[in-house]
Design a protein around this ligand. Structure first.
Ligand SMILES: C[S@@+](CC[C@H](N)C(=O)[O-])C[C@H]1O[C@@H](n2cnc3c(N)ncnc32)[C@H](O)[C@@H]1O
Length: 223
């Protein structure tokens, strides 16, 4: 991602970190749903926040564990829908297209209900709603990396994400392919579902993430 998106990726990360720092202070407890390889969990843990990283992909979680170093991150291998814990967090994160991996209303409702259950009353929830532009393919070639991403419409807001990436390494080119379904949710659909799960809107913080491909919503658990 950093090789492909460069400055944009760095801006996306610092905007999210600034938003979080402005809302809660360490040692607040944060659950990062769809944490990936720890883009946010790792720097937040380094700042003294108590981090739980929830991620269903063993490969991504493996990367996160490798990169965590001596920073303490509670890594949990499951989907957002499956997550249950006695610990009630101060903030939940669900950002950088995680919501696009929820393919139907049932999955969306289950994921938002799990987010609500993971928080203390009054806890905050930062989630992004990817723009339609994110569902367009692209080609990128910057010397070290060549990516070809095709996103094919599969009807009814569903898409198939197809990627072929070649990394030019010292050991020669290494090619990787991936293909998985994603969904474009409209902001109104997400807001309807978050309301059902017990959230109210605290702020629309999209301005901080301008031109970064998504709207960012900050919600608060009402009960
Ligand atoms: C583009 S990455 C975003 C990673 C991270 N949130 C970030 O900001 O860098 C999307 C992640 O969502 C994960 N994911 C897919 N389905 C999920 C689900 N049902 N629950 C939680 N995470 C999911 C994927 O495995 C992937 O790591």
């Amino acid at each position: 991602m950093a090789l492909t998106f460069g400055d944009l990726y760095a801006r996306l990360t610092s905007a999210a970190l600034d938003e979080i720092r402005g809302r809660i202070r360490p040692p607040a407890s944060i659950v990062d749903f769809g944490a990936g390889c720890g883009r946010l969990s790792i720097p937040l843990a380094a700042e003294g926040y108590l981090l739980t990283a929830v991620e269903p992909s063993p490969a991504m979680l493996g990367q996160l564990r490798t990169r965590t170093g001596d920073r303490d991150v509670n890594a949990v291998e499951c989907t957002m829908q499956e997550y249950r814990s006695d610990r009630k967090h101060d903030l939940a994160l669900c950002v950088f297209t995680v919501v696009a991996y929820l393919l139907d209303e049932r999955a969306l409702r289950a994921a938002l209900s799990a987010a609500a259950q993971s928080l203390r009353p009054g806890g905050l929830f930062l989630l992004d709603v990817p723009d339609a532009s994110v569902f367009e393919g692209f080609d990128h070639d910057s010397g070290d990396i060549m990516r070809r991403v095709e996103i094919a419409s599969a009807g009814a807001s569903l898409y198939q994400f197809n990627e072929e990436t070649t990394l030019r390494t010292d050991d020669g080119p290494q090619t990787y392919r991936d293909s998985f379904p994603i969904r474009h949710w409209r902001k109104e659909e997400i807001l309807g579902a978050t309301e059902q799960a017990g959230f109210v809107t605290e702020a629309d913080v999209t301005a901080r993430f301008e031109d970064l491909g998504a709207e960012y919503l900050l919600l608060r658990l009402a009960r």
